[in-house]
Design a protein around this ligand. Structure first.
Ligand code: G1P
Length: 285
């Protein structure tokens, strides 16, 4: 069973990164010179998907502009013979994946955001990639690509799980598993109620029928239409979800600490500053 479409919800307001995100979408915050959303789109492109659907908000037009032509900028770079920069800028509007957007009129939660893509998804299977979570993996054989392969071979829904320490359990969806299957998800549980140390990283692939399990009812605790509630209903109705373990590092760029760690690690990897940046880090210990 093939999967080509990826839903990337970007309508959230990014309150954890205020005031930086007052006038700039959180997805446009830079990790060295690339905005977070560009790294996410590269991950999706490397994994071999064909279509991205942004679920967006009126304040997020700069995200769409980032992947559009910029004639003025390209002409200026051409005039100044900045060839490699020009190539990089041109490639942003010439991706192997197509991008389209749909507005989430009301901020009713992650589940609601995903359901906004229903008319584009039609009868197809689909992936969801949450752009707050950056996975440090630039290869074509990345975590998402492996998840896609597993899905296409088995025809069963897939979720990527990572391991975290106790202190972080109440920030994420935590999974109860048996063998390679997910049995239950506890959304942001107290440490004492968490069934494992396995958290939902934000990479999912679902069979088409999943979309019908997203309810119109808000969760009583969070007052939002939760994706996790839909996943639980889907499992309870005898739909299987398999999981894979995340390989490599991840950064929760929705949090200050995660974002800072991403910048440091990506700067160390950046050939143009790596050497001097490392010696600076040594100096300040
Ligand atoms: C969402 C999901 C949660 C998941 C997390 C990953 O939470 O509901 O299960 O672990 O993304 O980033 P949010 O970060 O939107 O609160």
């Amino acid at each position: 069973m093939k999967v080509n479409k990826v839903i990337v919800p970007i309508a959230g307001l990014g309150t954890r990164m205020l005031p930086a995100t007052k006038a700039i979408p959180k997805e446009m915050l830079p990790v060295v010179t690339k905005p977070i959303i560009q790294l996410i789109v590269e991950e999706v492109e490397n994994a071999g998907f064909k279509e991205i659907i942004f679920i967006t908000h009126s304040s997020k037009s700069s995200v769409e502009n980032h992947f559009d032509n910029s004639f003025e900028l390209e002409a200026t770079l051409e005039k100044r013979v900045k060839r490699s920069l020009l190539k990089e800028i041109k490639s942003l509007s010439n991706l192997k994946v197509s991008i389209q957007s749909i507005r989430q009129g009301h901020a009713k939660g992650l589940g609601h955001a995903i359901s906004c893509a229903k008319t584009i998804i039609k009868k197809e299977s689909f992936a969801i990639v949450l752009p707050d979570m950056l996975i440090a993996d630039k290869s074509k054989n990345n975590n998402l690509s492996k998840l896609k392969k597993e899905f296409e071979e088995s025809g069963l829904s897939q979720i990527l799980l990572g391991k975290i320490g106790n202190k972080e359990l109440s920030n994420y969806g935590i999974a109860k598993v048996s063998k390679n299957k997910i049995l239950r998800i506890f959304e942001k549980p107290k440490i004492s109620k968490a069934p494992s140390n396995l958290f939902i990283v934000g990479r999912y692939i679902f069979t088409n029928n999943f979309i019908n399990y997203i309810s119109k009812e808000k969760n009583k605790v969070s007052n939002e239409i939760e994706l996790t509630d839909a996943i639980q209903r889907f499992i309870n109705d005898s739909n299987e979800i398999l999981f894979s373990y995340l390989k490599g590092k991840f950064y929760d760029c929705g949090s200050k600490l995660g974002y800072l760690k991403a910048i440091v690690d990506y700067a160390i990897e950046d050939k143009t500053v790596s050497k001097e940046f490392k010696s600076y880090l040594k100096k300040i210990k």
